[in-house]
Structures are given as C-alpha cells and as structure tokens.
Design a protein around this ligand. Structure first.
Ligand code: TXA
Ligand code: MG
Length: 325
C-alpha cells in the first residue's frame, strides 16, 4: 500500500526511492505531483509511462531555492525579480536551460528551455532537500484527467505505480501553477493559475502577453505549453458551461448563493461565491460529480476576474471536444 501520511520517516523513505530511480507522488500547494530525479533519464521515462503522457510534453522541475534554480537555468533580471516576488509559490518560469546541468533530455522534451519552480509546501521542500537533486514532476494524474488535489485521487489514477504516495491532505490552491515564459524578450503567460496576470504585471511593472497574442518570429518558434491542448482536463461526462437552467439527467456544478432548482447530484464550488475556495474545490468536485455517472455536467457562470480566469480556462478545456487523451 503506497499511500503514507507524510511524516519525516515517510519523506526519508520517499527520498531513498527517488535516489534509486523510482517515482513517488508528492503534495505541493497547487496539486499533487508525480516526481522523479530530474537527472535520471530512466526514472523520468517511468513518469511518462505511468501517466500515458506524450513524450513531446515537457515536465516542470521542482527545486528548493533560487540558488538551485540558477544551477539548472539561466536567471535573467526578469526571472530574478519574479523569483524574489513569488518563490516559493505557484509560479513556474520557463527559462533557458543551463548547458551541462545534467537535467535529462526527456524532462525538457529536447527543448532549450526548462520550466522551473520552487513549491511552497513543507513536504515538497523537505523531499527535495532530502534527495539532494531537482525533482521533475508533472501532475500525478493519468494524462488527460483532471489534476489530483488529494492523495486518494493519485491512488485512484495510478494505483501502486508510485513507490510512495505522500499524503498531506487536500492541496491549498487546487489549480496548477501559473506558467510564464520569460526566456525571450517579453513576458508570455502560457498557463493561467493561482498567481494572476495582474499580480505578475504589478511585480514586473510591465504588461504580460497571452500565448498567441504576439506574433514575432521568436514567438512563432517558441512552443506554447504543450499540455495546453484543448481537451486536457476532461471528466467523462460532457461539460456545459455558463448554465442557468439544468437539463434532465445533468448534474450541477454550482457557484454562489443563487443556485437554480435541481434535484439531481449537485456540488457547490463556493456557496459564498469565493473564487479562492472554488479553485481549491474544482478538481475534487469534478471527479466526485463525474463519478455519479450523469448524462452531462451543467456548470454555473463563474466571474472571470482574478482566479476566475484560471478556473474558466480549466472548465473550457474540460468542455472542449475530446481530441487528446
Ligand atoms: O502546479 C503545477 O505546476 C503542478 C505541480 C505538481 O507542480 N505541475 C503540473 O505539471 O501541473 P504538468 O506536467 O501537469 O504541467 C506542466 C506544463 C505542461 O503544460 C508543459 O507543457 C509545460 O508545463 N512545460 C514544461 N516545460 C516547458 C517548456 N520548456 N516550455 C513550455 N512549456 C513547458
Ligand atoms: Mg497535468
């Protein structure tokens, strides 16, 4: 039984597993990750195998400090500023890979850039410190499923494939990190997340472009986050968004106090209409409501300000036609 409460002993055990090339599931403040020693190509290959993830989709490298980030990536002035403002925290920076840093090619899918972040979670930080090397970790779900926000979600998706699943309870934010490409001349938001574009613009004092918004040669040469393919966060039942009236057979994913009458399965992401609470509940609620086997899932409108932008992004991907599994 690989699921273990994340005690110091369990962290020591997980570090030993990582050192011998096994993969382990670890909590972060965003979602649970499936980790491997980022310098061990065979261990990293196990992650792709376990998730059923396409090899062209690179992974995020988790480090314990800005100094460790600087060993594997080139921190330009923008990156240094963002790291000071938001690390440890739910911001992933896409940076130029430092040559000879020893990061396995499979981690970056052969790109010249690497995605790095310092997670704000005591268990993740203790594990990185204990193992003594950066940890490559995508979300610990089967490719195409919603990300796990509880250890039980990991066990449901991956069973006993991870050597250890470190259980530290539900994650704080419930949405994956914001991904920002600062490897080029501008600042490009590749994935919305817990840190908003406004937060970033304020910290940098410059505007943040969205993927596909700019059209320079450099932008065209740069791949967008490949995991951003349309139907990436799909539950089994089709999602219908911005719904105010529920159809027969549908389950209801509600938000706020003004819920339409409905007698089937219903989960309210935040009766108080709080976007932070709704983000933290989103993926668990999608799994739970999908498991009731509804004909469809009707989702009430979610305001698009602040965190609502990232919530809307994940819901639109969940509602997109299924072209990617
Ligand atoms: O919150 C998170 O970010 C979680 C926790 C575990 O840290 N991780 C996570 O990883 O969401 P994953 O693999 O599900 O998403 C990583 C995203 C993918 O969309 C991938 O394409 C993108 O990061 N990515 C990785 N390296 C990249 C690079 N060099 N350039 C552009 N995008 C990159
Ligand atoms: Mg993922």
């Amino acid at each position: 039984m690989p699921l273990m409460k994340a005690t110091p002993d369990a962290i020591t055990l997980a570090a030993a597993a990582l050192r011998r090339g096994d993969i382990v599931a670890l909590p972060t403040e965003t979602v649970y990750g499936l980790g491997a020693d980022a310098t061990n190509a065979r261990a990293v290959a196990r992650i792709y195998e376990a998730k059923g993830r396409p090899l062209f989709n690179p992974l995020i490298v988790h480090v314990e400090s800005v100094e460790q980030a600087a060993q594997i990536a080139v921190l330009n002035p923008r990156a240094t500023r963002l790291a000071a403002a938001f690390w440890p925290g739910p911001l992933t920076l896409v940076l130029h890979l430092r040559a000879g840093a020893g990061i396995a090619d499979l981690v970056t899918a052969g790109l010249e850039t690497v995605a790095v972040r310092v997670p704000n979670h005591p268990v993740a930080l203790a594990l990185i410190a204990a193992v003594g090397c950066p940890i490559a970790a995508p979300s610990a779900n089967r490719s195409g499923h919603v990300s796990p926000t509880r250890a039980e979600h990991v066990r449901h998706d991956l069973g006993d494939v991870p050597a250890v699943i470190l259980d530290a309870g539900p994650t704080e934010h419930g949405l994956e990190s914001t991904i920002l490409d600062v490897s080029g001349d501008g600042v490009v938001l590749l994935r919305t997340g817990a840190i908003t574009a406004e937060d970033i613009a304020r910290a940098l004092g410059e505007r943040v472009a969205r993927t596909g918004e700019t059209d320079t040669a450099a932008d065209q040469a740069r791949p967008t986050a490949p995991g951003q393919l349309a139907s990436h966060y799909a539950p089994r039942a089709p999602l219908r968004l911005d719904v105010r009236e529920v159809r027969p057979g549908e389950a209801l994913l509600a938000f706020g106090a003004d819920v339409p009458t409905h007698d089937g399965p219903m989960i309210n992401l935040s009766p108080a209409g709080d976007l932070v609470e709704a983000a933290a509940n989103l993926f668990a609620a999608l799994r739970q409501i999908d498991a009731t086997g509804p004909a469809g899932i009707a989702v009430m409108p979610i305001p698009a300000q602040g965190l609502g932008e990232a919530i809307g992004d994940r819901l639109r991907r969940g509602a997109a036609p299924r072209s990617f599994t």
